[in-house]
Design a protein around this ligand. Sequence first.
Ligand SMILES: [Zn+2]
Length: 131
Amino acid sequence: MFAQKQLTLPLRFKHVYTTIKAIEVRIHDFQEMMKQLYLTRDQARGVEATFNWLADELQELKEALDGKDKEALEKEFADVIAWLASLANITGVDLEKAAVNKYNNMCPKCKRSPCQCEFIKSKPNASAQNP
Ligand SMILES: [Zn+2]
C-alpha cells in the first residue's frame, strides 16, 4: 500500500541525502490503513464514542506538550491523527481531500500565503464562554 521511493529533496541537499530512502505515506494512505485496521470496531463504537477517544488523545497530547519527552510527544501526535482518521472513516470524510480543498496553498480566510489575517494569539476559552 505504501510506496517506497527516493526522498525528493531540493537540489542543494542532494549531495548529503542521496542515500536516504523514505516511505512516503499520504494522508489518504494513512486513512486507508486505519480503515483496514479498525473500521469494523470504529463503526461498532460509533461517532460519539470515537469522538470522545479523539478528545482524550488531544488531552494526552496537551499533557505531552508540557513535558520534555520527544518520543512521548510523537506518540501522542500519532494517536491524535489515528483517532481523527477513525472518525473520518466512520463519517465518510476523505481527510486528505478535505484538508487540501480547504488549505490549498493559501489561507482559507484571506486567500494569501503566508496568511495576512489579523493575528489572534489565543482562542477564547469555550468553557469560559459557556459556564
Ligand atoms: Zn489569513
